[in-house]
Design a protein around this ligand. Sequence first.
Ligand SMILES: [Fe+2]
Ligand SMILES: [Fe+2]
Length: 306
Amino acid sequence: MSDLQVRRVRFDFAGDDVPFDWQPARPAFAMQCNLISFFAPGFEKFIVDATRQAIPLMRDPEVVEEANAYLRQEAQHSAAHTSHVRALTRRWPGLKQTLDEVTASFDHLTATKPLAWRLGYTAVTEATFTPYFKVFLDHDDKLFAPGDERVASLFLWHFVEEIEHRSSALRVYDAVHDSYMYRLKTIAGVVKHLHEVVGIISRGFSEHVPDSDGGRYGALIPNGLSFKALRDAQSAARQLTTPGQATYAGVPKREILAMIAGLVRSQAPGHDPTFEDIPAFAGRWFARFDAEPKSAARWYSIGAST
Ligand SMILES: [Fe+2]
Ligand SMILES: [Fe+2]
């Protein structure tokens, strides 16, 4: 039986006071999370579409069950990020165009790429999430706690569930198209597509949010993944922030190196995300959710003593 739990969390994004720069102590981290909110609805719809198409091709009922739970988790993530984005577009309506462009870009992949490629894209990307998010969760006191609690709670929930279903995308891919070499070859296409989407979001943030509301921090997101774009983002960070405001400020170097090693290892042959090094935070989050589900939407004020 699949252990994945589908949790419906009601995040409080009804008001029009959700800040764009929701973590002023670390604006680059705030922007990285905002980027994920604009990326998620399109990406997760892309996952749901591909996984739904893959399920009838699977022979192992256990994988089918896991695939169903996994796509239901992704659908919840997509809905929650959509509500976050909606709160932002109420204040900065131009951002709607940014979301639409990202979603259209994923819809184009769904319409034009074969199923194996789309499942490969998903397996490649999802395998990076556990090492990538582990550092964030290991330092939630610095990264999330000082920020807007509603937004912080959304990302904490999403990141722990990504860790919970860390093996699902690979299991789905292997059940339908068990070829490491093909998956490896999709990486170039994934990077090309991420280049496009990151560029859309970076330009959208800078264009649609006034500098005084934090739009200037849009420049902390590279305008794509080219060398020049990465260099420009670094120089924007030097101009707009202090070193203590960097995403990984205060994170020991060995943890950054472990993350980089984990990202490389996530694409190696025979890698099984099941055996990843899991942040202790994830265990705490699941236990607190079971005891007090409302804590998921207000992580730092509901049940925080447990
Ligand atoms: Fe997700
Ligand atoms: Fe996922």
